[in-house]
Design a protein. Structure first.
Length: 221
């Protein structure tokens, strides 16, 4: 049975999208145009009542939430070592993945979609400014994690193998550019993200999603 992945271009669904490309296995990619509200259609809500991406369909089974999807893909394709086998190393990767998903990601949502958090338009600018400040600090923390991994002799954020942390780092860094954070100011992170973008699996996912890596626009003089 062919796997089916519902994804939105540039969203966090880029993570399982890239992992599926890395497996070399056949899967059916289904684009969900969030800007057109396709995630709120009755058909999509029948798959995921929360109207979020990613959604992974394997036969009759529907899996949502990025940590669950990543864990499933790791177990479905163990030969690719998306997550470490050793218990503590695996816990550390899941620890960082959860932080990316439940802390860094929502902080960016406050910047990109402030209307989700208040019905008072006069507060949107303040929400964007404060959360941009927080997001900058989180990217700096991610930069530190890259430095620590390299100092430990790890080629990837999760250890010896390319995995979800690397794909998510690319996504979060792209979003930083949208928020006005120059990726070049995060030296180790930006170098790592460019290395991730050169991987064939990431290149295929980026091509399908039509993603530009650096979205930073310098302020006008």
């Amino acid at each position: 049975m062919t796997l089916k992945l519902y994804f939105a271009p540039g969203a966090c669904s880029f993570v399982p999208h890239t992992l599926l490309e890395a497996t070399g296995e056949t899967f059916e990619p289904v684009m969900v145009k969030i800007h057109k509200g396709e995630n709120y259609t009755p058909e999509y809500k029948a798959l995921n009542p929360r109207s979020q991406v990613p959604v992974l369909v394997d036969g009759a089974e529907v899996i949502t939430q990025i940590v669950a999807v990543v864990s499933y893909l790791n177990d479905r394709f163990p030969q690719h070592h998306f997550l470490p086998h050793e218990p503590l190393a695996r816990a550390r990767v899941l620890e960082t993945l959860a932080w990316m998903n439940n802390t860094v990601h929502p902080t960016f949502t406050h910047i990109f979609m402030p209307h989700k958090f208040t019905d008072k338009p006069e507060l949107h600018a303040d929400l964007k400014a404060w959360n941009t400040h927080l997001y900058r600090g989180m990217l700096a923390e991610l930069d530190t994690l890259v430095v620590a991994a390299q100092a430990a002799g790890k080629p990837w954020l999760g250890g010896e193998h390319f995995g979800p942390l690397d794909a998510y780092a690319l996504t979060l860094t792209r979003w930083g550019g949208m928020a006005g954070i120059d990726p070049a100011s995060l030296t180790a992170l930006w170098a790592h993200v460019q290395h991730v973008a050169q991987q064939p699996a990431a290149q295929r996912a980026m091509a399908r999603e039509r993603l530009q890596l650096n979205l930073y626009v310098p302020p006008a003089a």
